[in-house]
Write a protein that binds this ligand. Structure first.
Ligand SMILES: Nc1ncnc2c1ncn2[C@@H]1O[C@H](COP(=O)(O)OP(=O)(O)OP(=O)(O)O)[C@@H](O)[C@H]1O
Length: 312
C-alpha cells in the first residue's frame, strides 16, 4: 500500500503539489490525469523520491519512504517513462538486467529473468536480447523500457506517459500487455497520462489533478456518474460518458441468455468494442464465446443501450 499523506512541493514561491493525500491499494492501477503543469509528474516522483517533498510524507507498506534505503526503494519501485530512456550502448538484455546487476543478483538468475520478461512482452529472447536499442522499433523499445522497470520484481511500478509516443494500434496493444502483466505479477501501478481513453481503459481508480490538488480520486464508474467538479466533467468529456461507461465493462458482464447469428465476440472484449461490432454488422445481437471458444450467450444492442444510459 502507498499512503500519500499531506504532501506538498514548492519551488520558491510556487506551490506545485498542494497538500495532497491519497491512499493507493496494493495490486491496483491508479491513473493520474489532469491539465499540463498540474503537478502529476511531481506527485508521482515523490513516491520514489526522485523529488523530495517540501512537507508531508509518503509511506510504503507503512514505512516512510524517507527511511527506506535507496537500493531497496529501487528494487521495490520500478520506473518507466515516455521515450523509455534505454541505455543506447547496452544491449536489450543488458538494459533489462540493469537493476538486478546493481543489486548483485547471480548471473543465472539475471539471465532467467531477462528471458522471462522478453517472452512475456512477446520478444524472442534469442533474437532481441543481443540487439541494441536503435535496432528496435519504437514500440519494441517501449516494451523493453517497461520490462527493464519490472526486472527486479518491484511491488510498485511508476509510469510517466509510458505510451505517449506510440501510434494508436501499438498503444492499444501495449495497454493490453500492461493489464496482462499487472495480473501476472500483481504489481501496484501508478500511471500518469493525458489520454482519458487510456485512463478509463486501465484504471481501477482515477485521480484528477488541477493546480496541484487532487479534485477527485474515484473508481472510473463513480467519476462518470458523479463528477466532483465542472473541471472533472470537462476532462471526462461529458459527450463521451455513455461510451466510456461501456469501455469499462466487458461483454462477459453484459451477456444475456439466448443465441444469435454472426461473428462471435469474446467475453473479455469491452462492451464498447461489442457496440462497435454490433453497429458495424447491422445486427441486433451477436453470440458471445468463453475463453474455450464455447458459446455462453449473446450480447444485444438493446442491452448495451441500457448499460450506456445514466444509472438511476
Ligand atoms: N525542478 C523544478 N523547478 C521549478 N519548477 C518545476 C520543477 N519541476 C516542475 N516544476 C513546475 O511544476 C509544475 C508541475 O510540473 P509537473 O511536471 O509535475 O506537471 P505535470 O502535471 O506532470 O505536467 P505535464 O502534463 O505537462 O507533464 C510545472 O509548472 C513545472 O514548471
Amino acid at each position: 500500500m502507498i499512503e500519500i499523506d499531506s504532501i506538498t512541493k514548492r519551488y520558491g514561491d510556487t506551490t506545485v503539489v498542494d497538500n495532497v493525500s491519497m491512499t493507493i491499494a496494493p495490486h491496483t492501477i491508479t491513473v493520474i490525469v489532469g491539465t499540463s503543469g498540474s503537478g502529476k509528474t511531481t506527485l508521482m516522483r515523490m513516491i520514489n523520491r526522485l523529488v523530495e517533498p517540501t512537507s508531508g510524507e509518503v509511506r510504503i507498506d507503512g514505512a516512510p519512504n524517507s527511511v527506506i534505503p535507496g537500493h531497496e526503494l529501487r528494487r521495490r519501485i520500478g520506473y518507466a517513462i515516455q521515450g523509455h530512456g534505454l541505455f543506447p550502448h547496452r544491449t536489450v538484455a543488458e538494459n533489462i538486467a540493469t537493476v538486478p546487476t546493481l543489486l548483485g543478483w547471480e548471473k543465472g538468475r539475471i539471465e532467467a529473468k531477462v528471458k522471462e520478461l522478453l517472452s512475456l512482452f512477446q520478444l524472442d529472447p534469442t533474437a532481441f536480447g543481443p540487439r541494441y536499442p536503435h535496432e528496435l522499433s519504437g514500440g519494441q523499445q517501449q516494451r523493453v523500457g517497461v520490462a527493464r522497470a519490472l526486472a527486479a520484481e518491484p511491488n510498485i511500478l511508476l509510469m510517466d506517459e509510458p505510451f505517449g509516443a506510440l501510434d494508436p494500434v501499438i498503444r492499444a496493444k501495449a495497454q493490453d500487455d500492461l493489464l496482462a502483466i499487472q495480473k501476472h505479477f500483481g504489481t501496484t501501478i501508478v500511471l500518469v497520462t493525458h489520454d482519458m481513453e487510456e485512463a478509463f481503459h486501465l484504471a481501477d481508480r482515477i485521480a484528477v489533478m488541477d493546480k496541484g490538488r487532487i479534485v477527485q480520486h474515484a473508481a472510473p464508474e463513480e467519476m462518470l456518474v458523479n463528477p466532483a467538479t465542472d473541471f472533472v466533467e470537462t476532462l471526462i468529456g461529458a459527450g463521451e460518458r455513455p461510451l466510456r461507461l461501456l469501455s469499462i465493462g466487458t461483454v462477459g458482464d453484459a451477456t444475456e441468455n439466448g443465441t444469435a447469428e454472426g461473428e462471435p465476440l469474446a467475453a473479455e472484449v469491452s462492451q464498447r468494442d461489442a457496440l462497435s461490432a454490433l453497429l458495424w454488422s447491422g445486427r441486433e445481437a451477436l453470440p458471445v464465446v468463453g475463453p474455450d471458444g464455447a458459446p455462453i450467450g449473446r450480447v444485444t444492442l438493446a442491452g448495451l443501450a441500457r448499460r450506456a444510459a445514466r444509472p438511476q
